[in-house]
Design a protein around this ligand. Structure first.
Ligand code: SF4
Length: 383
């Protein structure tokens, strides 16, 4: 924790102790106006349409850009960070094409649930000690946590736009407590990216139009989690076996050499989510999906979107033993699943077998988008 002013030092020290007791690794303080360039950056992101279908970002832009629009009485913001550094490098699983890569943050419990309870615990102590009001936010709320965390000195927004900490690298969950108490702010952290561009260069989909700018529409995290329709064709091969999120730009950050492995059991990866077999994931019906991902953030995207992603990975796998499963999913109830299955089969089957299957299934397909998948796949396979 960085100290800027002496008063009220006791309250700052008290919050620091309570935050650490609740399991946070970093805590620092800032003010609602401490990130003055954030509204302009957000406006540019939105005006370029880089938020894709995340309309909620535009709808909450006013409150998101200005903490006082969210809560006029806020005078100080406590920013907290929790390390979720993985035990192993998450990149080698990308080479195991019959296995799935799930983003590190999603390999255990939903961190929103985990952090929210702890933020409330710290906020409750703060409110009782200071006799003032508090509100807690994790990133489902319209708060620009990354610029506020940078303003508080927890780290800086790296070229990949996420927060980078000198102590914890790029693996950080963030949360904030707004309060009516006046607390001396910390100094902002400065940018230590230097000439490094590892995160920009590794991105498989060229999602960074420039350093410090992200086009979410091209980001695999957005495409696999937020995007509801079929995955755009230009990104399918580039997704590889990433079926939920992408860690590439975080994982190559050189500041991770200072990261610690998440010590708590709740932040450590579930063994069965480290590199699950695509075959097993393709077998999940709605009930099995909900049971397998109970308590996990993956559950939020629902079975159909999830299986869509797994089918794209299957199409990128060369694992011909997945063909029977993909054929079954080409008859699935959900058009989203059927369309992705068509694409996977067009990559796994030899042209004659695909043509034979298309002759059977294309005539009975009633959904225009899936019909278009068949037509496009047939053209590509027979070209
Ligand atoms: Fe690119 Fe992956 Fe980073 Fe998204 S998460 S910007 S796809 S490297």
């Amino acid at each position: 924790m960085r100290t800027a002013r002496a008063e009220p030092e006791r309250l700052r020290a008290f919050i620091g102790r309570e935050a650490r007791a609740a399991g946070f690794d970093m805590v620092a303080f800032t003010t609602p106006d401490a990130a003055p360039s954030a509204p302009a950056r957000l406006a540019e992101f939105l005006s370029e349409g880089r938020h894709g279908s995340m309309e909620w970002m535009a709808e909450t832009a006013m409150r998101r850009a200005r903490p006082r629009a969210l809560w006029p009485d806020v005078r100080s913001i406590v920013m907290l960070g929790m390390n979720y550094g993985p035990e192993e490098d998450p990149l080698p699983v990308l080479e195991q094409r019959d296995r799935a890569a799930i983003s590190v943050y999603a390999r255990n419990r939903d961190y929103h649930d985990l952090i929210k309870g702890r933020l409330k615990q710290v906020a409750g102590k703060l409110a009782a000690k200071a006799g003032e009001d508090v509100k807690v936010f994790v990133d489902t709320a319209p708060v620009m946590e990354k610029p506020l965390a940078a303003a508080a000195g927890l780290g800086w927004q790296g070229k990949h736009t996420n927060l980078v900490s000198r102590e914890l690298g790029s693996w950080l969950f963030l949360g904030s407590i707004f309060t009516t108490v006046e607390i001396a702010p910390d100094r902002p952290e400065t940018d230590h990216c230097g000439s490094c561009r590892a995160c920009l260069d590794i991105c498989p989909t060229e999602a960074f139009p420039a350093p410090y700018q992200l086009d979410a529409r091209r980001c695999i995290s957005y495409l696999t989690i937020e995007h509801k329709g079929p995955i755009p064709h230009e990104f399918r091969a580039k997704m590889g076996n990433r079926i939920y999120g992408c860690d590439d730009c975080l994982a190559v950050c050189p500041w991770n050499k200072f990261a610690r492995t998440a010590s708590e059991a709740k932040l450590q990866a579930r063994e069965d989510l480290k590199a699950p077999a695509l075959a097993d994931l393709l077998d999940l019906d709605d009930r099995a999906f909900r049971a397998f991902f109970s308590g996990s953030p993956v559950k939020r995207i629902g079975r159909d979107r999830f299986v869509r992603n797994v089918l794209i990975a299957a199409g990128n796998s060369d694992a011909r033993d997945l063909i029977p499963r993909c054929e079954r999913l080409a008859r699935d109830e959900a058009p989203l699943v059927r369309g992705a299955a068509v694409w996977a089969l067009s990559r796994l089957l030899d042209p004659a077998a695909f043509d034979a299957l298309a002759r059977r299934l294309r005539p009975i397909e009633g959904d225009p988008e899936v019909q278009a998948e068949w037509d496009r796949a047939e053209q590509e396979v027979l070209a």
